[in-house]
Design a protein around this ligand. Structure first.
Ligand SMILES: Cc1cc2nc3c(=O)[nH]c(=O)nc-3n(C[C@H](O)[C@H](O)[C@H](O)COP(=O)(O)OP(=O)(O)OC[C@H]3O[C@@H](n4cnc5c(N)ncnc54)[C@H](O)[C@@H]3O)c2cc1C
Length: 557
């Protein structure tokens, strides 16, 4: 946590230096001592500290200053830091003015100049005031703060990115400015231009990022965005369960391993509110917890985790080159693709325009709190939709699941079906689909079609979560690796057709079980053609793949 500030103001340079020195000597280890030579200069500092969410514990202010007196300064400064203690420095001749100001600016104490020796005339007074301040003052949040609008897609993406990367942040909704003094004072302190182009991310060091890209945000949030080496034994693209498992096994078995993840480690599993079928966790665990544990484990073994998107792959003899969206390039001997799948888009009028403004793909955990007391609609009938419905039922007034089929039995695990049926505020509507989304700035209503009765209903809705199947993330691979018509990557036996090895395959062996048509390029998890779409199978494939990587490396290096 940033140290609270002691701010001293005096127009006499020598006096200012002397008091700063005395303050530092006695309080420097617990407080940050700042100084200013005038009231206006000090007000600038006060405003900046407020924007950064820093605390001021004490103002130690000279009364007689040209332009703005100490009392005039304090009258303005305490509107931003009403809990700070206030001490006025006066000359003997100003004593009467100081006494009069005790009520005017709520002065806690006035000190006569000179205060030497400080041990007698300064520290005892300040010790008492600071003790009082510390006892009453709650610690301020001093991490990243995001000021935005609940209905803004960019705000949603920023919150989601920070939350999924386990970066602590404070969300400040501009719509609450009327009722929330903290939001209001921040809005008043920012430039008009800044508040017009929200969201704005305020970093603890005062840097303000307007509409940052995820790459920019990653860089400022302390995530690693660049590789430290030019070459690795193993590069893994995708940090879902499959990629993380491969990273842990690869690094623990001595391979120089880098893992590149464009959003947040954990992948789809990281978005799950409760994984109940993963071995060893009888009462389930959240996807975020699984991801956090895996990341700690991977880092412990020395895996380098880079927050970036892989955009291109190039093969040159035994080297595989990866290009990243931030312009970096790195090379490796073995490349493992674990890029999973992403949600299929719902093709209905209004949906694309309102995505991020009330419509979300996936369970969007960061939005759960804001659905408190509202009606939430979840589209989909698989486990992911069931888990999301269970999660939102804890906050929302009612959760309505819109399922295209006439039952859940073929698409969802029985334990989840039982939980849904036993939850009173969850309602399941079968044979239904969303045909239109309505709203100007954010979602206000949806049109639902029932295939059984042919009825069409427009219902008010402020939150719609879509989980309707998924498509693989493989466009970035160009035509280097062979894929099926839906984009899933072929591996091992799927590549050998009528006894023939894949085109261009020159080795005197078949492609390994999890190897693609390019030697040394492996594929694991949901993105692999024919894979079982489960956390455990992704983890299994990621772990097993490392033995194939070793076999491959033993012939190349
Ligand atoms: C809400 C939800 C709940 C689920 N619940 C369960 C459950 O209870 N039990 C169960 O067994 N399974 C569950 N699943 C399924 C399970 O999560 C997936 O099968 C599993 O996550 C697949 O792992 P993966 O590593 O193959 O891919 P993913 O988890 O999809 O991870 C792929 C990662 O690659 C990244 N990526 C993609 N392209 C690039 C690129 N070009 N550059 C860098 N990074 C890239 C993505 O950002 C992503 O993080 C659930 C899925 C969801 C969505």
């Amino acid at each position: 946590m940033a140290k609270p500030v002691l701010l001293t103001v005096d127009d006499d340079r020598e006096v200012l230096r002397a008091i700063e020195r005395d303050l530092r000597r006695n309080y420097g280890s617990d407080y940050r001592v700042l100084r200013a030579g005038s009231g206006p200069e000090a007000l600038e500092i006060v405003r900046e500290l407020k924007i950064r969410n820093n605390s001021i514990a004490l103002f130690l202010i000279d009364q007689r200053m040209p332009g703005m007196s100490g009392v005039e300064f304090l009258a303005q400064a305490i509107t931003l830091f009403p809990d700070a203690k206030r001490v006025l420095l006066t000359a003997y001749a100003d004593t009467d003015a100081a006494i009069a100001a005790i009520n005017e600016a709520g002065i806690n104490h006035y000190l006569l100049k000179p205060w030497d020796p400080p041990e007698e005339n300064l520290y005892p007074v300040l010790d008492e005031l600071l003790e009082e301040w510390e006892a009453a003052f709650p610690p301020q949040f001093d991490g990243i703060r995001v000021l935005g609008n609940r209905w803004s897609p960019v705000s949603h993406n920023i919150k989601d990115f920070l939350a999924r990367n386990h970066v602590p942040y404070q969300w400040l909704d501009i719509e609450t400015a009327a009722s929330d003094a903290e939001v209001r004072s921040l809005v008043e302190l920012l430039d008009e231009e800044e508040t017009r182009s929200l969201p704005i991310v305020i970093l603890p060091n005062g840097v303000r990022l307007r509409h940052p890209s995820l790459g920019e945000l990653a860089e400022h949030a302390g995530l690693k965005t660049r590789a430290t080496e030019a070459f690795y034994d193993l590069a893994i693209v995708g940090g879902g369960p499959a990629g993380l498992a491969a990273a842990v096994y690869g690094a623990s078995e001595g391979l120089r391993t880098v893992m590149i993840e464009r959003e947040a480690p954990g992948g789809q599993a990281g978005m799950s509110s409760r994984i109940e079928n993963y071995l060893g966790f009888p009462s389930g665990l959240t996807g975020a917890d699984l991801a956090r544990r895996a990341v700690v484990q991977a880092r412990r073994f020395g895996v380098e985790i880079i927050s970036a998107e892989a955009t291109e792959v190039r093969i040159d003899g035994p080297y595989r080159f990866l290009k990243l969206a931030n312009g970096e390039e790195l090379s490796c001997h073995a490349l493992l693709v674990a890029t999973g799948v992403q949600w299929r888009k719902l093709d209905a009028p209004g949906v694309e325009r309102l995505t991020g403004a009330g419509i979300y793909y996936g369970a969007a955990m960061t939005e759960a709190m804001s659905t408190k007391g509202e009606d939430v609609y979840v589209v989909g009938g698989a486990n992911s939709a069931g888990q999301a419905a269970m999660h939102f039922s804890r906050y929302a007034r009612r959760v309505v699941m819109l399922v295209r089929g006439s039952s859940l039995a073929s698409s969802m695990s029985q334990y989840l079906i039982n939980q849904l049926k036993a939850t009173p505020n969850i309602q399941i509507e079968y044979n239904t689909s969303v045909t239109e989304a309505h709203g100007d700035e954010h979602l206000e209503a949806i049109t639902i079609h029932c295939a059984e009765t042919n009825e069409i209903n427009k219902v008010p809705a402020s939150a719609l979560f879509i989980m309707i199947g998924a498509a693989p993330n493989t466009d970035w691979l160009g035509d280097i690796v062979e894929r099926d018509e839906r984009g899933f990557i072929y591996s091992g036996p799927h590549l050998t057709r009528e006894g023939k090895r894949p085109n261009g395959w020159k080795l005197d062996r078949d492609p390994g079980l999890l190897e693609t048509n390019v030697p040394g390029v492996f594929v694991v998890g949901d993105v692999r053609h024919g894979s079982v779409k489960r956390v455990a199978s992704g983890v299994g494939e990621g772990s097993v793949a490392i033995s194939f990587v070793h076999q491959y490396l033993s012939k190349v290096v």
